[in-house]
Design a protein around this ligand. Structure first.
Ligand code: HEM
Length: 205
């Protein structure tokens, strides 16, 4: 294999985190639908859905720390930190590419390197997801798991309705994200190129 033309962009811990997370999310979304729409859906018994949702939820909380510890301990977390000076123009360029240029065969305005692997849109989306939305989803999930035990915190944060609304809105957000994310992941030089890279670690240059 010719590694000179290939860039090592997804280190092992990130790949393990990502695929455990992706599988877990599919299960959480399915069981989440069953729990939320128990009166009209019958994918599985409600109690089973709750039990699976709780186990998988806690597994993904543990899994999140693989991602966090890896990025903090290596200092690579900086690829998630936005540069406000270039953010807006780069995001506009990238949107024009996805909305128009890509259909004319234009070159992608972003050139990936291991230290700058995300385009402006990916960077904003991933930073929001990994540093705000996922922690908020995990915390609200833990509070909903033991409502009585955490009643003081729940009260402090606006009550059970607020916590539940945050959890459900983020649930719909993540459901939509997964679909868009899967579509965008097919836009490599071949439809499966980015998927393969998330398994092997190497992206073709
Ligand atoms: C369910 C199926 C999923 C598939 C097929 C998938 C596919 C991919 C692929 C191919 C990449 C590498 C290309 C890129 O950076 O865009 C990637 C990266 C990424 N995905 Fe996913 N993904 C899935 C689910 C998820 C979920 C549920 C999340 C988070 C809630 C997620 C978050 C991320 C993040 C943060 C990265 C960048 C990771 C890093 O390099 O630090 N993915 N995904």
């Amino acid at each position: 294999m010719n590694n000179e033309k290939r860039l090592y962009v997804h280190p092992g811990p990130v790949r393990v985190w990502h695929w455990v997370n992706a599988l877990g999310f599919v299960i959480l979304i399915l069981t989440g639908f069953q729990i939320r729409f128990a009166d009209i859906l019958n994918i599985m018994p409600l109690q089973d859905a709750i039990t699976i949702h709780n186990y998988v939820g806690f597994t993904l909380i543990g899994n999140y720390f693989i991602w966090l510890i890896y990025y903090l301990s290596t200092g690579k977390i900086k690829i998630y930190i936005l540069d406000v000076r270039t953010l807006v123009p780069m995001a506009i360029k990238q949107m024009l590419y996805y909305g128009y240029g890509i259909f004319r065969g234009d070159e992608n305005p972003h050139h990936m390197t291991p230290d700058n692997k995300f385009n402006a849109l990916q960077q904003q989306a991933y930073a929001a997801i990994m540093l705000i939305f996922l922690p908020a989803q995990m915390l609200s999930g833990v509070f909903l798991w033991k409502v009585k035990g955490y009643s003081d915190y729940i009260h402090l944060l606006g009550g059970i309705k607020t916590i539940d609304t945050i959890h459900v809105i983020l649930f719909f957000f993540f459901g939509s994200f997964v679909m868009i994310h899967c579509y965008l992941a097919t836009l490599g030089h071949t439809p499966l190129a980015h998927f393969k890279a998330m398994f092997t670690g190497y992206e073709d240059h």
